[in-house]
Ligand binder design. Structure first.
Ligand code: ADP
Length: 229
C-alpha cells in the first residue's frame, strides 16, 4: 500500500532522514516511534508530499508518488492529521469538517459514521473550532481526515498532551477502523509504549534519522534504548 525506499530528506544542507525504508500494508496499523527530534514528523510530512525528498522514493498503491503534489496524494486516499492538529479556530466545527471533504471529490456530504466515532463533534458542530478543548480539537482533526474516507491515514502524535479519557477514545477509534475496514491502513507516530502496543501490528523505531529497529513485536528493551519509558 505505502512503501518508502531509501528515503533521504534534508532541510537546506542538513540531512535529517537517512536511508529510511518502510512499508505499510493494507489493513495494518504501523507505528513509528522515537525520541523528539529524530525525524518522525519530517517523514510523515514527506509521505504527504509537504517536503521533497533528497533521495529515495515513495510509492502508494503501486504508483511512484515521489514527485506528486500533496493534493494528488490526498485524492488518492492518503489522509493526514498533523501534529498540533492545525484546525481552523475561527471556523465552526462543521466548517472544519467540510474542509476535510475537499480531499475527496467523490464524497459530497459528511458521513454520519464520523459522528459515531466522535459524538462530541456532533454536539459541538456549530461552535468555533477554537472553543474546543485540546482533546476535542484532536478528535476534530481526526474526524476532518476521516470524512474523506482515506485508505491510508497518517496520524502524527494524536495523543500528545491529551487527557487520558480522550486518549482512550482515540485508541477505540483506531481499533474500530482496523476492525471495520479491512484495507484501511494507519501510520501512527506515537511515543507511548502502551498506546502503541495496544493498537499497532508493526513497529519501527527511528533514531537520528534512521530506522534502528523494526518488527511485529514491540520489545520493551529496544524501546527503552531509544525512548525514555
Ligand atoms: P520528530 O518528529 O521526531 O520530533 P522532526 O521531524 O520534527 O522530529 O525533526 C527532525 C529534525 O529536523 C530535528 O533536528 C529538527 O530540529 C529538524 N527540523 C524540523 N523541522 C525543521 C525545519 N522546518 N527546518 C529546519 N530543521 C527542521
Amino acid at each position: 500500500m505505502l512503501q518508502l525506499q531509501q528515503v533521504e530528506i534534508a532541510y537546506d544542507e542538513s540531512t535529517v532522514i537517512r536511508d529510511v525504508s518502510l512499508e505499510v500494508r493494507p489493513g495494518q496499523v504501523v507505528c513509528l516511534m522515537g525520541r523528539n527530534g529524530v525525524g518522525k514528523t519530517t517523514l510523515v510530512k514527506a509521505i504527504m508530499g509537504l517536503l521533497k525528498l533528497k533521495g529515495g522514493s515513495i510509492s502508494y498503491d503501486d504508483e511512484d508518488v515521489t514527485k506528486k503534489a500533496p493534493n494528488y496524494r490526498a485524492r488518492k486516499g492518503i489522509g493526514y492529521v498533523p501534529q498540533g492538529r492545525e484546525i481552523f479556530p475561527q471556523l465552526s466545527v462543521h466548517e472544519n469538517l467540510l474542509l476535510g471533504l475537499e480531499a475527496n471529490n467523490t464524497i459530497m456530504k459528511i458521513d454520519e459514521k464520523v459522528y459515531d466515532f466522535f459524538p462530541v463533534i456532533k454536539e459541538m458542530k456549530d461552535r468555533n473550532g477554537g472553543d474546543l478543548s485540546g482533546g476535542q480539537q484532536q478528535q476534530l482533526a481526526i474526524a476532518r481526515a476521516l470524512v474523506a474516507n482515506p485508505r491510508c491515514l497518517l496520524l502524527d502524535e494524536p495523543t500528545e498532551g491529551i487527557q487520558p479519557n480522550i486518549v482512550q477514545d482515540i485508541q477505540d477509534v483506531i481499533r474500530e477502523i482496523k476492525e471495520t475496514s479491512e484495507d484501511t491502513s494507519i501510520l501512527l507516530v506515537e511515543q507511548s509504549f502502551d498506546f502503541a502496543k495496544s493498537v499497532a501490528d508493526y513497529f519501527y523505531i527511528v533514531d537520528k534519522g534512521r530506522i534502528v529497529y523494526e518488527g511485529s513485536e514491540l520489545v520493551e528493551e529496544e524501546v527503552s534504548k531509544y525512548l525514555s519509558v
